[in-house]
Ligand binder design. Structure first.
Ligand code: SAM
Ligand code: 2KA
Ligand code: SF4
Ligand code: MG
Length: 221
């Protein structure tokens, strides 16, 4: 069973799929503890806050409520909601705390493509067709280490930046990673002007790409 914080259809606002209609599945639970995390309501799994999936999908605000579901429940929900997107983004929380093989295989069998947003701090358990976005997290409260295997598996690496030291961390992380077939993105932390200017300058310097969380500029989920 997967613990799901929310399910919604929107436009992917980050990375190389930016602009693609997508169904988001946000899984509950993350031990990494990034101070600037924009989804802190997904960190803890509180048993009294378990709800039916029907209540989760009609959420109008961010809450810590979650539902326990399997892949079939999610596919039935997509049909019930009339979602038209054919791309599914599995995020969190930290989705790689879960074995994502059953979910991704069921999505593929039903004609969807899949993408995972992960911090790279857990083994990635997903089929090869799944597009993997690793947003490596270093020196976080949880003390979790980015796994080299996650960086190697990544189709894209999307690094959140606000300060010069974040660039140094990324360069350090990439030292032992073959990046020839990977897309490398810098993503400013929130919409801070300074972070965005730093990201633009460093993208030009290193020939990396810029990802700006388009949904936050648009005021959509
Ligand atoms: C909320 S995380 C969930 C998935 C996974 N735990 C991870 O960190 O990749 C989804 C994406 O949002 C990014 N993110 C989180 N908070 C952010 C913020 N305040 N500004 C910019 N990006 C942020 C993360 O780096 C990650 O790429
Ligand atoms: N529109 C939209 N795009 C996103 N891309 C990654 C997101 C995430 O929270 O993982 C996200 C999100 O929350 N909304
Ligand atoms: S790893 Fe992802 S969900 Fe967890 S705290 Fe960091 S940004 Fe938030
Ligand atoms: Mg988000």
């Amino acid at each position: 069973m997967y613990k799901v914080n929310e399910v919604f259809e929107t436009i992917q606002g980050e990375g190389s799929f930016t602009g693609a209609p997508a169904i988001f599945i946000r899984l509950q639970g993350c031990p990494v503890g990034c101070s600037w995390c924009d989804t802190k309501h997904t960190w803890e799994v509180k048993q009294p806050l378990r709800q039916p999936l029907g209540d989760i999908v009609i959420k109008t605000a961010e809450t810590e409520h979650w539902a326990a579901v399997d892949a079939a429940d999610l596919l039935a929900l997509f049909r019930h909601e009339g979602y038209q997107a054919k791309h599914v983004v599995i995020t969190g929380g930290e989705p790689c705390m879960y074995d994502l093989n059953p979910l991704c295989n069921a999505l593929h069998a039903a004609g969807y493509s899949s993408q995972i947003e992960t911090s790279g701090t857990f083994d990635i358990k997903a089929p090869l067709q799944t597009w993997v976005t690793v947003s490596p997290k270093v020196n976080m409260a949880g003390g979790y280490k980015v796994l080299q295997s996650a960086l190697d598996r990544a189709n894209e690496i999307k690094h959140p930046v606000a300060m010069e030291k974040h660039i140094d961390e990324l360069l350090q992380l990439l030292q032992h990673t073959d990046t020839t077939a990977k897309l490398i993105y810098l993503q400013p932390i929130s919409q801070q002007r300074r972070a965005t200017e730093l990201a633009i300058a460093q993208c030009k310097k290193h020939n990396w790409r810029l990802s700006v969380q388009v949904h936050k500029y648009l005021g959509i989920s």
